[in-house]
Design a protein around this ligand. Structure first.
Ligand SMILES: Cc1cc2nc3c(=O)[nH]c(=O)nc-3n(C[C@H](O)[C@H](O)[C@H](O)COP(=O)(O)O)c2cc1C
Length: 183
């Protein structure tokens, strides 16, 4: 085995689906790109998100306690990267990138119509925000676009390169201890 610097851990662990996070501050909707996130708990469903103070979204999320996590697919790849390379401080990202905000059910942050799925979230725990920029959010409602043909998600390799969903390996019959997770 060849040793890598510990600082490169994110290159191995980051590749969950890259997501977009919407928030609303002073009536203005905004979007950022986020690769650092993780599921924390099934019930209630808790999601950990790293959103740094360098992001306009940080202040908005802290103030409002609400956001939407939207899951884009491969057809939106360039837009996803560009959204993460400009700031809601100066840019109307919905307008610039031709995305359509749709009203959510329980939060003011909008869903993104062009995405495969949207998860409405409310703040569950802010204790680690100051120290680690870690927001613990509870998923309240999920909206899926069942008619969408392109369903392959993007997985960030930490440097602006991505892998794209490929073959599905179905090993559900071996999940004997975890049957209750299958619906
Ligand atoms: C592929 C990609 C992944 C990113 N992941 C994160 C992340 O996990 N957390 C974070 O705070 N910023 C992340 N960023 C950076 C923000 O998206 C970027 O700072 C953005 O400009 C913030 O937008 P805002 O200022 O409008 O909130 C990522 C950017 C890219 C391109």
């Amino acid at each position: 085995m060849k040793e890598l610097p510990a600082s490169q851990a994110f290159r191995l662990l980051e590749p969950g689906p890259i997501v977009l996070v919407t928030t609303v501050g002073n009536g203005k909707p905004n979007i950022m790109t986020m690769g650092f996130h993780m599921m924390i708990q099934h019930d209630p469903p808790l999601i950990g998100c790293i959103i740094g103070p360098w992001d306009h979204s940080y202040g908005t999320l802290k103030t409002t306690g609400e956001c939407v996590i939207a899951i884009p697919t491969v057809d939106l790849a360039e837009v996803v990267v560009d959204i993460g390379n400009c700031s809601g401080d100066t840019v109307d990202k919905f307008g610039r990138f031709g995305l359509t905000p749709q009203p959510a059910g329980d939060v003011k942050a909008p869903l993104i119509k062009e995405c495969l799925a949207n998860i409405e979230c409310k703040m569950a725990d802010t204790r680690l925000v100051e120290e680690h920029n870690l927001f613990i959010l509870e998923a309240r409602r999920i909206w899926i676009n069942p008619g969408r043909e392109e369903r392959r998600t993007l997985h960030h390799r930490g440097d602006g390169s991505f892998t794209v969903d490929g073959d599905v390996l179905d090993l559900r019959e071996r999940m004997v201890k975890w049957r209750h997770l299958q619906h």
